[in-house]
Write a protein that binds this ligand. Structure first.
Ligand SMILES: O=C(CO)COP(=O)(O)O
Length: 124
């Protein structure tokens, strides 16, 4: 299972908490992440993560490209709806790519928990 993990700055603590809670699942998955998110997951959760570029530098687009090529099964993208992002078009492109390719994409903690809970049961 290839899981992409992305969080805006205001949601990075939530992502670390989420990843810690679902560490057994994430440890048996292949993880990729945007740069800063991936760094936090490595340093604070001890997870092995392929880090791509930071979001504002094109990381969302890199994940979208991988997804379009069939290399991403699930996206957890904790967006911050209260803070304008300089790379809003890239963010929209990634979420659109999920819809185009019918890839599950959780954009808040509650939906991420549901998705990861289901995946944990499926991949035991
Ligand atoms: O900006 C992001 C997603 O749009 C996340 O990028 P970072 O993980 O590099 O902060």
């Amino acid at each position: 299972m290839n899981i992409a993990l992305i969080a805006h700055d205001g949601k990075k603590n939530d992502m670390v908490a989420l990843a810690s809670a679902f560490k057994p699942l994430l440890e048996r998955s292949t993880l990729l992440a945007t740069g800063t998110t991936g760094g936090r997951l490595q340093a604070e959760c001890g997870l092995t993560v392929e880090r791509l570029l930071s979001g504002p530098m094109g990381g969302d687009l890199q994940i979208g490209a991988r997804l379009a090529m069939g290399a991403v099964d699930v996206v957890i993208f904790l967006r911050d709806p209260m803070t304008p992002q300089p790379h809003e078009p890239d963010i929209n492109a990634l979420v659109r790519a999920c819809d185009v390719h019918d890839i599950p994409c959780a954009t808040n903690v509650a939906s991420a928990r549901l998705l990861l809970t289901q995946l944990s049961a499926l991949t035991l």
